[in-house]
Design a protein. Structure first.
Ligand code: DX5
Ligand code: ZN
Length: 220
């Protein structure tokens, strides 16, 4: 299994101090920062878009932005995100939002970003074809319905992680939604190596300890 990467979700951070919040997490051992972009269409909420991410890229040297694009037209935002200056970027779109995931992946990679594909709880792992998975750098299995932070972990999504890990032993597989020091165990056992956590990390007085713990659970 690939190595552990912990990606704190800034959705649970103080948006008024976003750059400082990202810097704090990186100092605490986070390699990626999970940026939840919501457009009010694919999901009801609106969070932030490229103009905000641009400020983060500028203000947080060394940041790797794990952009989770909960948007209805994933192809529409590729250029805007690609134009942002940051140390590293991944563009993760939902397979439910497009009829042509292959061309979306190609566009993302042409613009120099890592490409990733997400599935919502009601989408089976078989929606990710071998062709899509082989082109993608990462697969994301949502463990809550996308749209807001702080929701309860959905256990019945975990078998999809195991199914994808069996098909793709070397691929980065991320889980997102309701992850904490308890729920991480079944996800890591099923084969996920990239862990998103918002509430569990930002809500803890010692986030660096949560990050260290989560890494150890995946890598053990
Ligand atoms: C949900 C988002 C998640 C969310 C995770 O739509 O994609 O990234 O912020 O937050 P927690 O860890 O609080 O469930
Ligand atoms: Zn997310």
């Amino acid at each position: 299994m690939p190595r552990a990467i912990i990606s704190p979700s800034v959705l649970a951070s103080d948006f008024g101090n976003l750059n400082a919040e990202c810097t704090r997490m990186m100092k605490g051992g986070a390699e990626w920062l999970h940026m939840d972009v919501m457009d009010g269409h694919f999901v009801p909420n609106i969070t932030m878009g490229a103009p905000v991410l641009k400020c983060v890229g500028k203000g947080v040297p060394g940041i790797f932005m794990d952009c989770h694009m909960m948007v209805a037209h994933p192809e529409q935002w590729i250029d805007d995100i690609a134009d942002i200056e940051a140390a590293g970027k991944q563009y993760c779109f939902h397979i439910e939002a497009t009829s042509d995931p292959i061309s979306v992946i190609h566009k993302i990679k042409e613009r120099g970003m890592r490409a990733a594909v997400a599935i919502s709880p009601d989408t089976p792992s078989s929606a990710i074809t071998d062709e899509v998975a082989n082109l993608a750098d990462m697969l994301l299995v949502m463990t809550v319905y996308p749209g807001k932070g702080g929701q309860k972990f959905i256990e019945w999504c975990v078998p999809k992680v195991a199914e994808l890990r069996a098909r793709f032993p070397e691929k980065d597989i991320e889980v997102d939604g309701g992850l904490n020091k308890k729920t991480i165990h079944e996800c890591a056992a099923a084969g996920s190596n990239v862990i998103v956590a918002g509430t569990a990390i930002f809500g803890d007085p010692q986030p660096e300890q949560v990050i260290t713990y989560m890494k150890s659970v995946v890598d053990e």
